[in-house]
Design a protein around this ligand. Structure first.
Ligand SMILES: [Zn+2]
Length: 427
């Protein structure tokens, strides 16, 4: 029993829980071995697939296509032929890069249930040390009882207590420590006086717990998975709900909030304008949204990661810092603080009365610089696609090779293959 609970917590995967239906998403972090095993699985719903004719974030009409594909293009087998095709486009207005073609409704939900655990950035879905894994499997009564016994020993269990890891959940303390940066920023920059707080996509309720301890906050939390929801309500007693609908996003609690904390939501939202509107209308006057864990494009534009590998099928929007600020301003927020750490954007943004109609568009020079950078990143991502998966790029292959060799971003090896040059990074 205990091992089953631990497997569930660790995301030992559905296979660790023999009496539950297996949802088979076999994914490896090794780009050579990405695959999806459809055996015993229900088929991927053919729709809905949205085709956007304007920017998902600001409504701007003009854009430039910068990449055709998400990470599924690196898979041997995919849920269906349309799954890899997202047509990422750079909005000329706010500068966000958004998937022009994107799954919604039951199709998005089907993908999320199978691939969220395996394709998400591990440092976003779960705190790193003593990884608390996310699992969409429901908890049995026995598992609930076992978790209750473990959390009864508390969040901060001393190393000399004599308790073993069978007796408590190290993930609780690890998440508190991993989340403390956010509370340091919020406490330093906002006047927090017994605020009413909502945490969206909370991992284990840590930000709420710290805000309650330090500032007398009253808190509610929304989680993706039932085991998170259960633990937050058991450990901290906060009202907690799950799952989160990334398409028709709603807040299942009454009233308005002084602070809404949002983890990795803007990137995932099927309808980011509706998401931001739903958040904004639940903020009290002068209330703030705190966004964090929103991946920025620097990872593949500046630091040599494959763009295909980075843009997994839930990454429907990406941006640089300036674009993220314009995106928030286009949706009735005034950014009062933002920064990028480890290629992740975070911001505190205040709800303002009317959308800023005089906001600035992305400048021509920024647009032209980013279009070029995306072209290079797309070329290099294509050059790194394993040979047996290159069919979609056959038509353009020679041209891409010539362009990349000319630009000095790739080299031809002695045996005739083309190798992407390593990027010198500052991080
Ligand atoms: Zn836009």
């Amino acid at each position: 029993m205990l091992s089953r609970v631990r497997a569930l917590l660790r995301g030992g995967g559905a296979s660790a829980i023999a009496d539950k239906p297996v949802k088979a998403a076999v994914v490896s972090s090794d780009a050579e071995a990405l695959t999806y095993d459809a055996t015993n699985d229900t088929p991927c719903p053919p729709g809905p697939i949205l085709t956007l004719d304007a920017c998902a974030v600001c409504g701007g009409a003009e854009s430039t296509k910068v990449s055709g594909y998400n990470r599924f293009v690196l898979f041997d087998r995919v849920p269906d032929a349309k799954a890899p095709i997202y047509n990422y486009s750079l909005c000329h207005d706010c500068g966000v890069v958004y998937a022009k073609q994107r799954p919604a409704g039951e199709r998005y939900r089907w993908l999320l249930e199978r691939f969220e655990e395996t394709l998400g950035r591990t440092d976003i879905g779960s705190p790193r040390p003593g990884k608390f894994a996310l699992s969409s499997a429901a908890l049995s009564d026995d598992e609930r009882a076992q978790l209750r016994r473990m959390v009864a020993n508390g969040v901060f269990v001393s190393g000399h207590s004599g308790l073993t890891r069978k007796d408590y959940l190290p993930s609780l303390m690890n998440d508190r420590l991993a989340s403390s940066m956010h509370v340091e920023l919020l406490g330093s920059l906002l006047p927090l006086e017994a605020p009413r707080v909502l945490e969206i996509r909370s991992r284990l309720g840590s930000i709420c717990a710290m805000l309650e301890r330090l500032y007398g906050a009253s808190c509610s939390a929304m989680t993706i998975f039932e085991n998170q929801r259960f633990l937050i309500s058991e450990v901290y007693g906060f009202p907690a709900s799950c799952p989160i609908d990334f398409d028709a996003f709603t807040i299942p609690f009454e009233g308005r909030f002084d602070l809404i904390v949002s983890n990795h939501m803007l990137t995932h939202a099927v309808r980011p304008r509706a998401f931001l509107a739903a958040v904004r209308e639940r903020l009290l006057p002068d209330g703030c949204l705190y966004l964090y864990n929103e991946p920025v494009e620097g990872e593949f534009l500046d630091r040599g990661k494959s763009m295909f590998n980075t843009l997994n099928p839930f990454h429907l929007q990406t941006f640089n810092q300036a674009s993220a600020v314009r995106a928030l301003e286009a949706n009735g927020f005034k950014v009062i603080f933002c920064t990028v750490r480890d290629d992740l954007f975070l911001a505190i943004a205040q709800a303002v009365d009317a959308p800023n109609t005089s906001r600035e568009r992305m400048s021509d020079s920024e647009r032209s610089r980013r279009r070029s950078a995306y072209r290079v990143a797309n070329d290099l991502a294509i050059l790194r696609v394993p040979e047996h998966l290159r069919a979609p790029f056959a038509k353009d292959w020679d041209e891409i090779v010539a362009r990349s060799l000319d630009a000095g971003v790739a080299t031809r090896t002695k045996d005739g293959r083309v190798k992407v040059n390593r990027v010198q990074t500052d991080s």
